[in-house]
Design a protein around this ligand. Sequence first.
Ligand code: BYC
Length: 332
Amino acid sequence: MYAQMVDTGVQRLRSTEELDGDERHFQERIDAGVRIEPEDWMPDSYRKTLVRQISQHAHSEIVGMLPEGNWITRAPSLLRKATLLAKVQDEGGHGLYLYAAAETLGVSRDDLIDALHEGKAKYSSIFNYPTLTWADIGAIGWLVDGAAIINQIPLCRCSYGPYGRAMVRVCKEESFHQRQGYDIMTVLAQGSAAQRRMAQDALNRWWWPAVMMFGPPDTESVHSAQSAAWRIKLHSNDELRQRFIDQTVPQADLLDLKIPDPDLRWNEARQSYDIGAIDWNEFHAVVRGDGPCNKERLAARRDAWDRGAWVRDAAAAHAEKTTIERKTGETR
Ligand code: BYC
């Protein structure tokens, strides 16, 4: 089973009329568009749902540093290297805002990170694919950050204050990331025949995983109904996926690259693109841990954690020393 590893306690969606007391008052506040803040009363299942989603999101940001980090030493110019370094650093920052937002719900960052390292927590399927060429860095910025923006702009207006506020800054940075990716693709697409082939190959490999990033189809999305009622989700997985496709196909046309889907067609009646069948078996396999790079990604995260132990120890010792100095007025 690929879903509900975390039991959020939601059995079925109940209407406002079926709720009473605190729960009813809570739902009425949500329905009125009032933001929920950490000190407000909230149902335990709302808290658990947010911890699940925000921590998965945080893990995705820091695991997402790995495929791109792989190219920092091999970026083709100093400018590209500096830009990629800044982007990867931004993703680390996004992870930090999100872990901090999760902590406002009463969980500890150490516990969340342990769950990631023990393979109990999910992170986005997209980061289990390899970055084989420089064009993959362009494709990630263009497609993956492009998809992230479409998913995250509505989250800026979600019902939980700290999550929504974190998303405002994240989205601004993601739009810079998307542009740097599209710029890499533009240069390659206008370059030599070998560079054009490289750009097309990256699009071929990243297109379907990016389409899958939005999660299972609405008919199989176990959390959507309750998360929509709580205004954690403002649009369904399929709605956002369609928005991504409609936005991205013209961008591929502009690059004169071909989306790897023989069934892709403009649907005049719907004013949207129709696409071919998505291979959900591949999605489920990647989420289960059987993607091309799942093991490598977790091993890299555990290794980074172990090798960073001295930094955490030094920071803790420094904090302890300055607290004592502040209390006693003595310099040690
Ligand atoms: N990969 O009922 P559903 C980034 C799981 S960071 C893995 O629809 P929900 C970036 C889902 O967790 C991108 N698992 O769930 C970073 C659930 O399993 P559990 C990350 C997935 O939560 C660096 C089950 O499938 N963005 O962009 O209502 C560099 C059923 O799904 C995936 C976020 O995290 C997936 N793709 O909706 C560049 C955004 N999809 O928990 C870029 C915040 C679904 O029951 N998250 N699952 O075990 C969300 O918006 C929602 O959580 C989702 C899923 C739309 C992803």
